[in-house]
Design a protein around this ligand. Structure first.
Ligand code: PLP
Length: 522
């Protein structure tokens, strides 16, 4: 494999998208830093390429070894045997399927990549069972070489799924504490219970008055507050870091499953080696679809990347017009809350790549976005966007109709996020087979699945007897109504778990910072 042997290829260093860092840093530093100096995002200097043979040969390996092979191809600065060990811990019996992310084919040309077999039943586990392993290993490597003498506070803003996945990934990790903020009225009963019942000694969870963007903006401001950083270091010997998908260590594991899934499709005889496959991704922060782009850049024969938006369609509009505009856009509540987002952080990395790594252009657009809530890319960049991506959006009621339709036609129950992608793939697909990224188990969003199955409009109140059920009881009802399908163990036991966190705070940066300090002082 190109760059596979760390000896001859040398390290792959990380630059930042806005050209603010003085010197590029190795993988271990990029992972513990999270966000680069100056607000940009880390990106590897070199994207390794794999031959078709190297890609298809991965199918012979267990998933953990496929992941290790990709990390080695990126020439990260950890020893090969340590990478093997960390991957074995990341992808083992913490997933409920040996394939880790199995593919279910709905017909000859429509393949669903099930990314939700991890401990929290959402695709975030794919990255967050892995990132903490590499985070701890990176921190301890830096400590040993005398480059680090403090511990970490991971602060995560979540629209629901990331929070629990990060808590599960980081709980009881050494030298790390983790605090999660979620929009108090913006997550499902199941999502809330998953978070507030989290075990572990190093965890804290807060509800925030406001929506996800308020949460994320507040956390981003805390990250860029130098005085706060100094205070944390001085008084608590702690530095802030992030587990949001701005961390490159979140993105790498996602590249892995796209490379792996192509190998898998070929091995199962569903696709001929080398034949193009289009990929459709339900998109929020643009991390998941960006990972598909990197896999394609590495040599995976992906054709069109389909960006699927819900009614918060800023990304679909951007891909169709070249203008990213949230100056006059309201945040809409949808049945797919993990895609309810206005500021999509990882688009910055994509534009960095599509402009041929033009840090000045990126810094300018990001300035436009923060000053006037919009930016417009130049014609060349827009042409590059159009060469790789198509996009469409799906309304709330239509999303629910898709769930019903796919259950009737294929006996397969989609969650609302995957339903958005399914419909977009139907709307914009061409000749190629399509791989749909399925990002959550349906039981994380039982209320909307119930609405879908009973022809209720999105946002309609549930019948009183159903509304009185807990999320777990509702899932059991849905399971009975649809022929007794299985509910993941981590979701079915939530009602019996004690609630550990009930605090609700404001979303401004001062409130977030003082809550974080209280947590560290305990
Ligand atoms: C996070 C999430 C998404 C969006 O993924 P991005 O990488 O932010 O684009 C989609 N679906 C579900 C269920 C999610 O949890």
């Amino acid at each position: 494999m190109t760059n596979a042997s760390s000896g001859e290829a040398g390290q792959n260093l990380y630059v930042d998208t806005r050209g603010c860092c003085e010197a590029p840093v190795p993988f271990t530093e990029a992972v513990v830093n999270g966000l680069a100096q100056g607000g940009g995002l880390y990106v590897p200097e070199r994207i390794p390429t794999l031959t078709l043979e190297e890609i298809t040969a991965l199918a012979k390996l267990p998933y953990a070894q496929r992941a290790a092979a990709i990390y080695k191809a990126f020439a990260i600065d950890l020893p090969d045997d340590e990478i093997d060990r960390l991957m074995a811990r990341s992808y083992g019996d913490n997933f409920d399927d040996d394939a880790i992310c199995p593919i279910t084919s709905l017909d000859d040309d429509t393949h669903v990549l099930e990314l939700w077999h991890g401990p929290t039943s959402a695709f975030k586990d794919m990255a967050l069972q892995c990132l903490p392993q590499f985070f701890s290993a990176s921190a301890s490597a830096l400590r040993e070489s005398g480059q680090l003498d403090h511990e970490f506070l991971i602060l995560v803003a979540t629209s629901g799924d990331t929070g629990k996945a990060a808590l599960e990934g980081f709980k009881n990790a050494e030298g790390v504490r983790i605090g999660v903020l979620f929009p108090d009225t913006g997550v499902s009963d199941i999502q809330r219970k998953q978070m507030v019942t989290t075990t572990g000694d190093n965890v804290q969870v807060w509800g925030v008055r406001g929506n996800f963007d308020d949460c994320q903006t507040g956390v981003k401001k805390a990250f860029s507050d130098d005085a706060f950083a100094q205070k944390l270091l001085r008084e608590h010997s702690v530095a802030l870091s992030s587990a949001n998908s701005i961390n490159w260590g979140r993105l790498m594991p996602q590249i892995v499953y796209y490379v792996s899934s192509y190998a898998e499709l070929v091995a199962q005889g569903k696709v001929e080696a080398g034949a193009p496959v289009d990929v459709c991704v339900p998109t929020g922060n643009f991390g998941n679809i960006l990972a598909a782009w990197y896999a394609k850049a590495m040599g995976v024969p992906f054709g069109t990347l389909m960006c699927a938006s819900n009614e918060n369609r800023v990304l679909a509009d951007f891909i169709n017009t070249g203008t990213y505009d949230i100056s006059d856009r309201d945040f809409v509540t949808t049945p797919s809350p993990s895609m309810d987002i206005l500021v999509s952080s990882n688009l910055e990395r994509q534009l960095f790549e599509l402009t041929g790594r033009d840090t000045q252009a990126i810094a300018g657009w990001m300035r436009d976005l923060s000053e006037s809530r919009r930016f417009r890319v130049d014609a060349d960049t827009f042409a590059k966007v159009r060469a790789d991506f198509v996009a469409d959006s799906v309304g709330n009621d239509e999303c629910l109709a898709v769930i019903r339709e796919v259950l009737d036609e294929h006996g397969y129950l989609l969650d609302p996020h995957t339903a958005v992608a399914y419909r977009v793939a139907q709307n914009v697909r061409g000749e190629n087979p399509v791989l749909i990224a399925s990002t959550a188990h349906w039981a994380k969003f039982g209320d909307n699945v119930y609405r879908a199955l009973h022809d209720l409009p999105a946002g309609a109140p549930l019948p009183a007897d159903v509304a009185a059920l807990t999320g777990c009881q509702l899932n059991e009802l849905i399971s009975r109504e649809t022929g007794g399908r299985a509910i993941p163990a981590g979701l079915s036991s939530l009602d019996e778990m004690p609630v550990r966190f009930a605090e609700v705070i404001d979303g401004d940066v001062a409130s977030i910072e003082s809550a974080a300090e209280d947590f560290l002082s305990r």
